[in-house]
Design a protein around this ligand. Structure first.
Ligand code: ADP
Ligand code: ZN
Ligand code: ZN
Length: 814
């Protein structure tokens, strides 16, 4: 018996292993097996299929161990992996890397990390497990090679697997950032009071210590409302002391336990949708269901604040009642505590959240609950697509136009929306795409009748869309403009809004203080040593920083070109805007939301919370302020630099500009409709501005689709980009030329390049690109993919080009 096994590596194909006699009965697709590959490196691979034929030309080596008794991935997932690998031109091993939680992966490079939540009672462990657990508890972490030294070499992986399952450790892939646990004391009710009557008896027979009783009642109340009770929350709520709590713990009524603070509360599984749909929403809901009778995919084109989320919740409720599972995808940045609270209020414990901030144990916990069907609804970002659903009824892809659905680095460079549509088809499930500003590709599919369309073109409560006022920057003298990017009209608008006790959002798509500095004498601009980009000045950190590779540099005093000492700052980043606004409105409370100011997940949520509570008057931010936030009191949105948005060099620039401006506008006037948007721009005639001003998506679409057709861009073509990276510029270029020549015979008509991108060096790697604009017939596309793979093998078989990094990318997005 032989098996094809997927190894978490970028291999050209899956390899085959032999299954020893005594293991054959246990082999099914989806289980993990331990195998050796190259130079004694060990991996936990996943069995893709059982191979009946004897492989010719080589003798497969035997698998060492079987790690699971039940599959960790199901056959539908294996089909999804295969599709993604084929479509996005990578190996199934790379898909596996992205798809399964670290705890299910094992390789010689793995590191085990002690789980601080684990109790020190080791009585549940076998002898070998005990040896490793003890070492882990003392050392904190162990490399696999160290585990091998401690144990019988052939038995390590099964032992590690057990240790992970028993909560002793996490698995980490070396080099990656370590998970840092933030733990806090949590309070649980002793299991003996889990029975209602036991608890009642306890309370009825309470005699002394009334303060402890009060504390216990406060605990029960908190537990019922939030699902999980931390010690600080409890003491605050009950206005009690740690000593009083200790009393209850000593009596064995409550238990204290150190836990990770990110742990999800386990809420009761209730459905309580305490709202009614408006007439328009109800109509949309009915239409969506009608469309699903004949079509798999439906677009809900609902303007900002039309209440799309409410419609989703009704659809989710129906799926739960049918016993089906739902995947609700959102861009990572929109997966805020605000959004989670909103859904949990109606869907309670039915909903699980899945994102990158959870520890590997928690991810496996969710993984298993989806696998068993216990959890019905997952709210998650891009990678939640990889969860082991087995009874999927509906996928909702909210903000479907969002570029963050496409993974850029590393492979698989998949688009979660598009892969979701494939995944749904395997279940016969439905897909609802939602957006106020649909992508051109999706709207094209609607007009081609591939997808259904439902429109929700009024805001909830009949609130009006905000008025858009264009501020002509050309009217302002250049000198004044260069000193202060806030025009007199915008300053006046801010003043009036503050007086009306409303809030303001100012949008600037550049972070830092000054996007670049320039020598006043000779015009020299400091660049990154590793990338072909100018450095951004960050005033708070007193550093120059490269936004491509993250390297920081001390502030320069002297020009490296002419030796003079005077630099001027050019352009304005969010940090500078924040400073200028503070100077202009010293009494207002101002905050900034960008990549630098909200590093941790909680920073972001906290900032949203205090803005929601109106403890901030003016919020200055980048893209981050755009995504799906719902604030009641924002009545003015200022777009500081619309020219910067409109002058990007990418074929999607118009689409992106419209989406950004329409979405950021959508944050204004959501409750009372008194919203206004002020757009500062010098190119007043740009057609996209007129579309934004009229909130006219159809007009944008018409304008844009003609451009796309004329210049052979999607949705009329299928783009495949091939990127070549090498530290030597010429070697990268030569490799790209070889590929270009190899493809020119059959695909020359569709081929562009090789060329260098605008930023042609990142992290010391020179970049060359080839772009193929292929006709959308699957035969041509598949032939071309095959030809690219062949060329890659050919190029890399030449010693000179072995270290060139060649990266194919289907449907590239920037
Ligand atoms: P969208 O996602 O379309 O921008 P939201 O779903 O965020 O819109 O809805 C905007 C606001 O209107 C939210 O605060 C939401 O709670 C409220 N809302 C929408 N529909 C209803 C409804 N049927 N009942 C009560 N509130 C609603
Ligand atoms: Zn100079
Ligand atoms: Zn750099």
């Amino acid at each position: 018996m032989f098996v094809e096994v997927i190894i978490p590596l970028a291999l050209p194909k899956n390899y085959t292993w032999q299954v020893p006699e005594q293991m054959q009965l246990a082999i099914v697709p989806g289980i993990r097996v331990e195998v050796v590959l190259r130079k004694n490196k060990k991996y936990a691979g996943i069995v893709k299929r059982i191979v009946k034929e004897i492989p010719v030309g080589f003798t497969p080596s035997p698998i060492l161990n079987i790690l699971d008794s039940n599959p960790v991935v199901n056959e539908t997932q294996l089909k999804l992996w295969e599709w993604i690998a084929q479509y996005y031109m990578c190996s199934e091993g790379e898909v596996m890397q992205a798809a399964i939680p670290a705890n299910l992966k094992l390789s010689s490079e793995s590191v085990l990390q002690w789980n601080e939540e684990r109790s020190l009672d080791f009585s549940d462990l076998s002898d070998s497990e005990f040896i490793i657990a003890e070492a882990l508890e003392i050392k904190g972490e162990l490399k696999i090679s160290e585990v091998q030294q401690l144990l019988d070499i052939n038995n390590t992986y099964p032992v590690i697997k057990k240790l992970v399952e028993k909560g002793v450790c996490f698995v980490w892939e070396e080099l990656k950032e370590k998970y840092k646990q933030k733990t806090e004391n949590y309070i649980l009710l002793h299991p003996k009071y889990a029975q209602e009557n036991e608890l009642e008896e306890l309370l009825n027979n309470w005699s002394r210590a009334p303060k402890q009783m009060e504390l216990l009642l406060a605990y029960l109340h908190l537990k019922n409302t939030t699902g999980i009770v931390s010690q600080p929350d409890l003491l605050k709520k009950a206005n009690a002391t740690a000593a009083q709590l200790k009393g209850l713990i000593e009596k064995g009524i409550l238990i204290g336990e150190r836990r990770n603070t990110d742990r999800l509360p386990s809420l009761p599984k209730l459905l309580s949708l305490d709202f009614n749909l408006s007439a328009a929403q109800e109509k949309a809901l009915v239409s969506i269901k009608e469309i699903f009778e004949s079509k798999t995919v439906c677009l809900l084109h609902g303007i900002t604040a039309s209440g799309k989320t409410q419609v989703y919740m009704k659809l989710i409720e129906e799926q739960i009642e049918l016993g089906k599972q739902v995947l609700y995808l959102l861009p990572e940045i929109a997966l805020t505590a605000q959004m989670i609270r909103r859904l949990q209020k109606s869907l309670g414990g039915h909903i699980a959240i899945y994102h990158s901030k959870f520890n590997p144990n928690e991810r496996v916990e969710i993984w298993n609950k989806i696998n068993s069907g216990e959890t019905k609804v997952v709210l998650g970002a891009r990678s939640a697509l990889f969860l082991p659903f087995n009874n999927l009824g509906l996928i909702i892809c909210d903000e479907e136009h969002d570029a963050s659905y496409k993974q850029q680095e590393p492979a698989p460079r998949y688009h979660s929306r598009d892969a979701a549509i494939y995944y749904a088809s395997l279940f016969n499930a439905k897909v609802l795409l939602g957006s106020a500003t649909p992508s051109i590709e999706t709207y094209f599919n609607v007009l081609q009748k591939k997808y259904g369309l439902v429109e929700l073109l009024e805001r909830y409560g009949d609130v009006a869309l905000p008025a858009i006022e264009l501020i002509d920057l050309k009217q302002i003298p250049a000198k004044q403009r260069n000193e202060n990017p806030l025009s007199p009209s915008l300053l006046k608008g801010i003043q009036e809004t503050l007086e009306a006790k409303k809030q303001i959002i100012l949008f600037q798509n550049r972070r830092g203080y000054a996007p670049y500095m320039i020598c006043d004498t000779c015009g020299w601009i400091p660049h990154c040593n590793h990338c072909d980009v100018t450095l951004t000045f960050h005033k708070g950190k007193q550093k120059l920083s490269c936004h491509y590779c993250g390297t920081t540099y001390p502030i320069l005093q002297t020009c490296l070109a002419c030796g003079n000492h005077h630099f001027v700052q050019k352009n304005f980043g969010t940090e500078k805007i924040e400073e200028l606004v503070s100077e202009a409105f010293p009494h207002a409370v101002i905050a900034r939301m960008d990549y630098d100011s909200v590093k941790g997940k909680h920073d972001h949520d906290n900032l949203i919370k205090i803005f929601e509570q109106h403890r901030i008057d003016i919020l200055v931010g980048t893209q981050m302020v755009v995504k799906g936030l719902d604030f009641e009191k924002v009545s003015l949105v200022g777009i500081i630099d619309a020219d910067g948005i409109l002058n990007f060099t990418d074929f999607r620039v118009n689409e992106r500009a419209y989406q950004l401006m329409e979405q950021v506008s959508g944050r204004a006037g959501r409750k009372d409709g008194l919203g206004k948007v002020m757009v500062q721009v010098s190119n007043l005639k740009h057609p996209v501005l007129q579309f934004v001003q009229q909130h006219n998506y159809q007009a944008l679409y018409q304008f844009e689709i003609e451009n796309r057709q004329q210049f052979h861009y999607p949705p009329f073509t299928r783009l495949i980009q091939v990127v070549f990276k090498h530290k030597d510029k010429h070697i990268a270029e030569e490799a790209a030329n070889i590929m270009q020549q190899g493809l020119s015979n059959l695909f020359g008509a569709y081929l562009n390049g090789p060329s260098q991108p605008i930023v042609d060096r990142i992290r010391n790697q020179y970049i060359w690109e080839i772009l193929l604009k292929l006709p959308k017939d699957s035969q041509t596309v598949n032939n071309c993919k095959r030809a690219i793979h062949q060329q890659m093998v050919l190029i890399q078989s030449n010693k000179r080009y072995r270290s060139v990094h060649i990266i194919p990318n289907t449907d590239p997005i920037y």
